[in-house]
Ligand binder design. Structure first.
Ligand code: ADP
Length: 255
């Protein structure tokens, strides 16, 4: 199987001295829908930043479809679409310009940019907002535009960092439907989320990260088995040391 993302012995120490990643190794196969779960401060964003060139690793290697993310940055970056956690839109651009500029940055020709942005604005129900400045869009529209922008250059690996934080239920389901569809069409997806049910439903494999280390990985039932518990949620509670919050134990207490 082709490897979409290969992380080998990755360590990231910030200038403050915080070791955000400690010898992390992780492999995601082409076509997978992979979930990365862990509490705040676990190192999820740092891992994503190292994979997309936004942070440089202290040591170790990252390869994206075989391209070294540091030494062959251009080729590696071309393969990746990133929808970051922060809404980092340019407030001076319209929705359409946001997509067009991004396409230009990734070397797409004008005609191709026009067609692709039209297609994505339509897919994300943003056509009526195409000429509006991003600052005037609602929160949900901004989220959709960020996802459209990530997909603009047809990346083979889509990285979604908490893409549905603060998004209402309908929009969340809509976004998932779209992401599931492009995964079925062949795009590899790496997702970080706090919604365990979502990870369980969407991800073919999940890794738990804590304190800068990958502590377990597998399918949702495999993770439950690793922690000798009944569900992914209980496995996660074991990971973060809060098993007293397990719904099983709450119903035992109230019984
Ligand atoms: P997560 O995304 O899982 O919440 P992060 O990767 O953001 O975790 O953070 C991992 C650790 O690195 C935390 O201790 C955080 O405070 C620290 N950290 C993140 N970014 C920086 C930075 N730019 N400078 C210094 N420390 C950072």
């Amino acid at each position: 199987m082709t490897t979409a993302l290969q992380i080998t012995d990755l360590t990231k120490r910030y200038p403050t001295g915080t070791e955000a990643l400690k010898h992390v190794s992780l492999e995601i196969g082409a076509g997978e829908f992979f979930g990365l779960l862990g509490p705040n401060g676990a190192g999820k964003s740092t891992l994503i930043h190292c994979a997309t060139g936004l942070a440089s690793p202290t040591s170790g290697a990252v390869r994206i479809f075989g391209h070294d993310a540091i030494h062959d940055y251009g080729a590696a970056r071309q393969k990746v679409g990133l929808a970051p956690q922060d809404i980092n839109l340019d407030w001076f651009l319209t929705a359409q310009e946001t997509l067009d500029y991004h396409g230009g940055y990734f070397g797409m020709a004008k005609q191709e940019r026009r067609e692709r942005s039209r297609e994505l604005l339509d897919a994300f129900s943003l056509t009526s907002k195409r000429d509006e400045r991003t600052t005037t869009l609602s929160g949900g529209m901004k989220r959709r535009l960020i996802l459209a922008r990530a997909l603009m250059h047809r990346p083979e690996l889509l990285i979604l960092d908490e893409p549905t934080a603060g998004v209402d239920v309908e929009l969340r389901l809509e976004l998932w439907q779209y992401v599931q569809r492009i995964n079925q069409e062949g795009t590899t997806v790496l997702l970080t989320t706090h919604y365990l049910e979502e990870a369980e439903q969407l991800c073919s494999r999940i890794a738990f990260i804590n304190g800068g280390e990958i502590v377990a990985q597998g399918t949702s039932p495999e993770l439950a088995e690793t922690y000798a518990v009944a569900s992914l949620e209980d496995a996660y509670l074991e990971l973060v040391g809060r098993k007293e919050l397990s719904r099983g134990s709450v119903s035992e207490i109230s019984a």
